[in-house]
Design a protein around this ligand. Sequence first.
Ligand code: GLN
Length: 539
Amino acid sequence: MRKPKFIFVTGGVCSSLGKGIIAASTAAILRSGGVRAATMKLDPYLNVDPGTMSPFQHGEVFVLDDGAETDLDLGHYERFIDVPLTRHCSVTTGKVYSEVLAEERDGKYLGGTIQVVPHITGKIIEKIEAAAKHMKAEVMVCEIGGTVGDIEGEPFLEVVRQMRKKYGAESVLSLHATLLPYLAASNELKTKPTQLSVRELRRLGISPEIIFLRADTKIPKKILKKVAYFCDVDEEAVIPAETVSSIYEIPLRFQKFDLGKIICQKLGIRCPRFKLSDWEKGVERMKKASAEIIIGLAGKYNELDDAYLSVIEAAKAAGFYHGKKVRIQWIDTERIEQNDEDEWEELRRVDGIIVPGGFGNRGIEGKIAVAQYCREEKKPYLGLCLGSQIMAIEFARHVLKIKDATSEEFDEEKKSRHHVIHFIPEQRKILKKGGTMRLGAYPCVLKKGTLAWKIYREAKISERHRHRYEFNNKYRERFEKNGFLISGISPDRSLVEIVEVADHPYMIGSQFHPEFKSRPFRPHPLFRDFVGATVKKEK
Ligand code: GLN
């Protein structure tokens, strides 16, 4: 295989510019022309991975097939380039340091002084190269988290400089995204922060060759010219990145400015024809979506879209599939618990309910009440991981009449005798050494004739997990006899993976997280038919 080429995406002026989307769109454009592009994230923070970070601070944890717990940007990457990524595509300062320090203890650097340059930067380069190799990438798009000027980010920027030395100027391309602030008083978008950010990059030995300008309003041509002039980049390489209504329009927007061609020229690769017709069709369909479907999301982090990013994206994609716009209505299960009439009214108004994944006790009784309401009123319900466990607990309590049924997770004091959801330590040893969560992709076989089987139209599937607790097999028979079907199980039959309520238009729960495998123009079947059921019910 030929040596890979590298594109680095940095951000300046402020955070939340959507660098992840820019990186993902760049790779998507290249792939549409048949260039094998992949994406990775370099995060300057000290956590070894985002697995332990609060969704309040960092949004959802995106899980890959191989079980890596990664930044939500990897979700964008997978949704945009539609290729499964690997753990090599997520690198943090914490991971880099912990490896270097472990090697130091092992005596690898005996006698030497370990330094940020060259040891930490060398390790980062090793990791970028490993990711490119594992992804078999011709072009590896590397997004550097944070903002230029952050103390933590400097080693990564130094890496860009070193990579250019190592691979040559034609093989390493630097993209920089910045904000153009708008001043109402002068009715102007200002370019000075961009100039300063580029100056800072230059100080570190990096000359950005393509600049993306973020703004909420239309960017006049003269501003693009000005940035080109002051930042010393080609005029055609200043790409406006104005806020759009859907992020999936972005590859099309960028391609209007010939981004694919500009990159290929700069990297010295043959410029293919970029075929974005799938994107065009998909975006067209999104724009045409008419009536609104209201989906209730009964989670824990209310109003925090990022904490449920993949779930929301999957629900929206399912809506577009049916020609509908999905509006998310947050359902506060703590208020449901307190019998807050307004919150119950909201619940009654939604067309369907998703109970997403989650950990801990908060709002659990409210979630059980939501499940009961959906079962009894035949309202479409989709339970994701925790949501499927809730479904089982509710059914046990109200149909099987096991009054104290619960999950071991919610019963630290072991007051209940009926853990219909429990922790199986033995299984953990077989499946995963050390860690206590079942993480990553596992196969699941579907039972013929069930709703799950009809939805997937496949006998064997593979889905991604992230949880500790499992359905308690002791209760399987009782559940099944009473109309709670176990429609998906692990191939060795030991683990329950999908459950559904018979005699209900759509009440289904999965122990795994289908949202991670949903795609913008190809919604995951569980979401697709969930929204389909709400549309039917509406009629
Ligand atoms: N807390 C539950 C468990 O650990 C569910 C986890 C989840 O929803 N991801 O099994």
